[in-house]
Structure formats: C-alpha cells, structure tokens
Ligand binder design. Sequence first.
Ligand code: PGA
Length: 254
Amino acid sequence: MSRDLIIIANWKMYKTAREATDFIEHLAPKIEGCKSKVFIAVPFTTIASAAACAKHVGVAIGAQNMNDAREGAFTGEIAALMLKEAGASFVILGHPERRQIFGETDELIHRKLLRAIQDDLQPILCVGETLVEREEGKIHEVLKKQIVSALADVPEKDIDKLIIAYEPIWAVSARQTASFKHVQDAHSFCRKCVEELFGKRKANRVPIIYGGSVNANNVKELVSQKDVDGVLVGGASLDPDTLSTIVQNCEGIR
Ligand code: PGA
C-alpha cells in the first residue's frame, strides 16, 4: 500500500508572525510541484498569519500543543476550537519536550487526542522511548503502552485522520539520529500496535513519520525505509533553504 510522504516542520518556540510569513514566501517557490505533503507547526500567535499566507501554496499550518478541555477556567491554555478558528488544521500531541519538560502523561495525551478529533484537528501523536528505556531493552514495551493508551476509545472511523511520529527522545535535538534499521524496526512495531487495535487495513493506511535530528543529508535514507512515511523536523526546519532541500530530497522516493 502506498502512503504519501509527509514532512512536518516543528518550529518550537521560534519565529514571530512576521518571520513566519517571510519564511513561507521564501519557501513556496522552492517546493512548488513537490509531491510530499508539507506541514508547519508554528507558535500559537503565528497561526493566523501563517495560515493566511500558506493557504495558496499548499502548506498546512498547525499547532504544537493544546488543552484537552473544550473551554474553561484554565489560565494560559488554548483550546482546539481556538486553534481551528485561527487556521490550524493539525496539532502535535505528546511531543517529547511536552512529555519530558512539562510532565505530560499518556493519560493526558489520550484526552487531548480525543478532543482534537472531536474538534476536527488532525492529531500528530508523538511516541518514543528515553535513552534509559532503550538501554534497558524496553522500546517495544514503551511504544505499545504509549500507542494503546493514546488510541483507546478512538472511534475506528477517526483513525484515518491520525499520523504517528516516532521520536526517540535521545535523538531529539541531539545531533544523533537513530540508525535507519532502528527506525524501520520501531516503525514496523508501531504499525503492528495499530493493527492489533484497528486491524491490518487501517494500520496500513496510518502514516508513521520519524523525528529526531533529521537533516538534508539523512532524510533520503530515512524515508526510503519501508514503514517510514515522512519526517518531523525541528532544528533543520528553521531555515527555508534547508527545509526546501529536505522536501526536494524526498522527491522520487514514492
Ligand atoms: P530536532 O527536533 O529535529 O531538532 O531533533 C525534532 C522534533 O522537534 O521532534
């Protein structure tokens, strides 16, 4: 089954609204005609202007986090409906930095995922093990737990909206990528977990992308792996020339 390649830029806490529109205008002609789907996860205050600017160039704009409640007295938080109205079409959930720095649990990520689906934002679910878990040989155990708990109670019809991002925590912002074999093995295992929950046909359609020190040099080999359907790029996505090279390097692979 052939799945499209997806390239998601995660800008983290970088770029103002003005910088974002300059970036998108610079990027657009360089990726024109490329077959991969390009998404950019921007800071909240940047969503509206980035979405207006990206509308005509086929780039999806989304958020990097959201609250699990529909609305409420949660000072400083943001709801899916607000993101949607501002122009976001997707949201990253359970990014390693959210899990590690902000203490997000599998349970909270599960609630956020259900809310995103309910309020019509495409969820990008991040999963991945820490270095210690890897050294203790617990990769499969961790991935299974994260996937099963995040996807519990998700209606079967909504699984088609899901993207899973495998992000081994030790490889994020680390200048060391996981080996291509490690990535393929983990992706194939993630697909197996989805299959156990929703069956083979559904599992074969879920895009599973890789994140963790992706750059213009390693992207081609990464997306050449059978179960790697794209990449989630942090640091290397902050420069439009580097991001466009990453997109161009994926051409012709699928
Ligand atoms: P990185 O970040 O590419 O800088 O390692 C990846 C991510 O944000 O998930």
